[in-house]
Write a protein that binds this ligand. Structure first.
Ligand SMILES: O=P(O)(O)OC[C@H]1O[C@](O)(COP(=O)(O)O)[C@@H](O)[C@@H]1O
Length: 395
């Protein structure tokens, strides 16, 4: 397994971050599996001895880590996927370090020539750097055939033998960086479609990337906030791990997340109110007055950073939305819908289930509603909730 090194304009020499623990992955983590099966609440999950016959220590520190969870001591998702995950989480630790760096504004100037640009959709410098970090990690993993990134015009063909296809938004919400507001990486993993192997590279790269979200085998995001959280689903629940900066491990802190079936929070940029269709205005007006199916006044929360808004919604319930054609089906809507469904919630474009939509374009955009099942159903019942007016707002 390769250990990545960080080389950047602000590190004088090659600096290796977070060397892997020697006990990776753990073979003996029974308590971890029991807790996962029972869905026993939040909080740090610690391995311990539960009987004289069962030793549940996972090695050095007794906590279940992301790599334990994925590996033979946990879900045993297969060596190829474990290696790929290792490289993805490593890339995300590098990005976490970058977004928290005192030097990231000078890095921005260096790359952008001091001109951040007025086009809000133009890649920001740290998006570009994060994209490069992820691409390099996927290349080093040896397990990836194709990477499709929000930052690239087309999919990148990496390795004909790679069993997996990775789709990613390397750094969402990066316009918030200068104010230290949370950002995030989103990713999804599909199997390479071997039936396309005979096609020219460009064509098979594209078609592999346009798989429907229902074919995802793993989806996840990493939230860069007061804590760095790696949240993932392998198709059997949604689980979150918190970065322990002292060891470099992602430690299982939120096993088997269940989104409340009903929340009391809506999350939307409501400065767009006058561009919304009648149905959406009516829905928001109704729930904030406490006149919806749930007879309490809803609160509003909107960070304008998709991963952060989604993470809060997953934990507290309610609905996080962007009703205009802005967020991307392949890189954002599909992975987050997979995660919310695995937590018992729903992902919709206002009319249909996101995971059932067949992507036709790599950068396809759509309205997105994610959250508690009862809230999303109630919102959909208003019919007319997709914002068609999309003037390309300045901020
Ligand atoms: O301007 P709006 O409609 O509130 O959109 C905000 C959303 O756009 C994003 O910033 C993503 O947009 P970009 O892909 O252009 O960076 C999300 O993080 C956020 O949820």
């Amino acid at each position: 397994m390769q250990i990545q090194s960080l080389t950047s304009p602000f590190f004088h020499s090659k600096t290796t971050l977070f060397p892997p623990k020697p006990h990776f992955p753990s073979p003996n983590n029974l308590l971890f599996r029991q807790r996962m099966a029972s869905g026993s609440g939040f909080g740090l999950v610690r391995s311990e001895k539960v009987s004289s016959l069962t030793v549940l220590d996972d090695g050095a520190n007794g906590f279940s880590t992301l790599m334990d969870y994925a590996g033979k001591g946990g879900l045993n998702v297969g060596d190829d996927l474990v290696v790929l995950l290792y490289h993805i989480q490593y890339a995300c630790k590098r990005i976490a370090s970058l977004v928290a760096s005192p030097f990231n504004s000078s890095l921005g100037k260096q790359i952008a020539g001091g001109n951040i640009g007025s086009d809000r959709d133009a890649p920001k410098p740290l998006d570009t750097v994060s994209n490069e970090i992820i691409l390099s990690s996927l290349q080093h993993s040896g397990k990836v055939a194709v990477m499709a990134s929000e930052e690239d015009d087309s999919s990148v063909w990496i390795n004909a033998d790679g069993p997996f296809v990775v789709v990613t938004d390397p750094l969402d919400g990066s316009r918030n960086i200068d104010a230290s507001i949370p950002t995030g990486t989103i990713f999804g993993i599909y199997r390479r479609l071997v039936e396309l192997d005979h096609l020219p590279e460009e064509e098979k790269a594209l078609l592999n990337s346009l798989q429907s979200g229902s074919r995802l085998i793993v989806a996840g995001y990493v939230l860069y906030s007061s804590a760095t959280i790696f949240c993932a689903s392998f198709g059997s629940g949604t689980h979150a791990f918190t970065l322990d900066h002292s060891t470099g491990d992602f430690v299982l802190t939120h096993p088997n997340i269940k989104i409340p079936p009903r929340g009391q929070i809506y999350s939307v940029n409501d400065a767009r109110y006058f561009d919304w269709p009648e149905g959406l205005r009516k829905y928001i007006d109704t729930v904030r007055q406490g006149k919806g199916k749930y007879p309490k006044k809803y609160s509003a929360r909107y960070i304008c950073s998709l991963v952060a808004d989604f993470h809060r919604t997953l934990l507290y319930g309610g609905v996080a939305m962007n009703p205009r054609d802005h967020l991307r089906l392949v890189y954002e809507a599909n992975p987050l819908s997979f995660l919310v469904e695995q937590a018992g919630g729903k992902g919709s474009d206002g009319k249909s289930r996101i995971l059932s939509i067949q992507p036709v374009k790599l950068h396809q955009r759509l309205p997105l509603f994610l959250g508690s099942s009862e809230d999303v159903e109630e919102l959909e019942s208003y019919g007319d909730v997709q914002q068609k007016v999309n003037p390309g707002y300045e901020v």
